[in-house]
Design a protein around this ligand. Structure first.
Ligand SMILES: [Zn+2]
Length: 435
């Protein structure tokens, strides 16, 4: 500070940023000194020198021990009574439990910051944000460890809730009726470390896999539509769930989310997905009574990809063929479309097989492609919300270059990220404090 003011006298120039940072640092140091004073616990009175130990015996007070804790105002020191059980040799610090600093190096306030930056940006970027925004020096590893620990705790609590849901033990959630409630799901690959793909087949036959699929689901509501009749999503109504897990596990997770969002009081329920089989299996299993819709744009892609095979290197012909068939699709004339596909004559066995598969795709999904009917009801017919979610929830955080995740780490960050994006982190943190 003196240096700054001496410079001012010399040059007549005041560097506000230098001053504010110096003042913040000085305030932090003073604050940390005060905190350290507050965190000097006295030795227990004679009658309080015994505690029950988890082994069933008693732990006895030994001494005051101190440890460093990083707080919101910088490094502080806590000194607190240490108890040891002579029977099982387990030690304990009751004060650490009270302060919520058991087995960790930073205070709850700092850990919350680390969790916030860790779910938003790469861990080292988070470390830089902690330094600039909070004036706190932490390691990249500390950001990672804290964010993952908190994410794992969130995921564990969710698992408990999912188990209760499976046992049909969920409270009925009362609230306003919901006109239309949507459930969308999709899968997207996340790059993982080698051990997580051992023995797994990659997308290219014979090549090992480098990614694992995250299943992402979202729930949102719709009340109105625009002048042209197109659906409008209720602002801020989207919540997400996601994990690397089996379709069966994911189905329960998404069902719980839909339940929380008012599945039981929605007048109209809609499930939208691409053609992936697991999606419709889950829809049939968990979301009975929902209108099922195949994403229109995904269905159109099927036509384009077939057009490229039918008319290789003939752009105009590809376009003409696709337009004719796309009209059938958009108009919901799926029978006509399937017939047209099956009437294509080819001597090429590979192409014949592709045509057969595409015809089956449209035939099997016909009831999910009644687009004019869906439009008449002002429903969404695309899975844009979940596709955007794949980018914002997963892509922007878990698919950056140079990232390789363990399944455990990815699932922890996903749980934390969804919790934050769903606006539930505050509630979680409060519930955790109360526990
Ligand atoms: Zn013991």
């Amino acid at each position: 500070m003196q240096v700054v003011f001496r410079d001012r006298r010399k040059t007549g120039h005041l560097d506000l940023e230098a001053i504010e940072m110096a003042v913040r640092s000085a305030m932090h140091q003073a604050g940390a000194a005060a905190l350290s004073q507050l965190l000097q616990f006295p030795a227990p009175a004679d009658e309080q020198r015994r505690l029950p130990c988890s082994c069933g015996q008693q732990a006895h007070y030994r001494e005051l021990r101190s440890k460093a804790v990083l707080t919101a105002v910088g490094p502080a020191k806590v000194s607190r009574p240490y108890y040891l059980c002579s029977h099982c040799h387990a030690g304990q610090f009751p004060a650490d439990i009270e302060l919520d600093i058991e087995d960790v190096e930073s205070s709850p306030g700092v850990r919350r910051m680390q969790a916030m930056v860790g779910q938003e940006v790469p861990f080292d970027h988070g470390r830089q944000q902690m330094k600039l925004l909070a004036g706190l020096e932490v390691t990249t590893k500390a950001v990672e460890r804290t964010a993952e620990t908190i994410g794992e705790d969130i995921a564990a609590r969710e698992q408990e809730e999912i188990q209760r849901a499976v046992q049909l033990d969920l409270p009925i959630i009362v609230g306003e009726p919901i006109p239309i409630l949507y459930v969308q799901m999709d899968g997207t690959g996340v790059p993982v470390v080698k051990k997580e793909t051992l023995g797994r087949q990659g997308k290219v036959a014979g090549q090992p896999a480098h990614t694992r699929e995250v299943k992402l689901g979202c729930v949102f509501t719709q009340t109105t539509w625009d002048k042209e009749g197109y659906a409008i999503r209720d602002l801020g109504s989207t919540t997400y769930v996601g994990a690397i897990e089996t379709a069966e596990e994911f189905g329960k997770r998404l069902y719980l989310e839909a339940w929380k969002r008012g599945w039981n009081r929605a007048a109209k329920k809609v499930v939208i997905g691409d053609g992936a089989e697991w999606i419709w299996n889950l829809a049939d299993q968990h979301f009975l009574g929902a209108i099922q819709i195949v994403d229109l744009y995904h269905a159109r892609q099927h036509l384009w990809s077939l057009a490229r095979k039918l008319h290789p290197n003939q752009d105009a012909e590809q376009r003409r063929w696709t337009m004719v068939h796309q009209d059938m699709l958009d108009e919901g004339k799926i029978d006509e479309l399937v017939q047209s596909l099956r009437s294509i004559d080819t001597a090429n066995p590979e192409l014949a097989e592709k045509i057969r598969a595409e015809a089956a795709y449209f035939e099997n999904n016909a009831r999910r492609m009644r687009y004019p009917d869906f439009r008449l009801q002002h429903l969404f017919v695309g899975s844009g919300v979940i596709e955007a979610g794949c980018k914002t929830v997963i892509g922007s955080r878990l698919k950056q270059s140079g990232m390789f995740w363990t399944v455990r780490g990815a699932n922890a960050i996903l749980a934390l990220r969804c919790c934050q994006l769903n606006g539930r982190f505050e509630d979680y943190w409060e519930a955790r404090r109360a526990a």
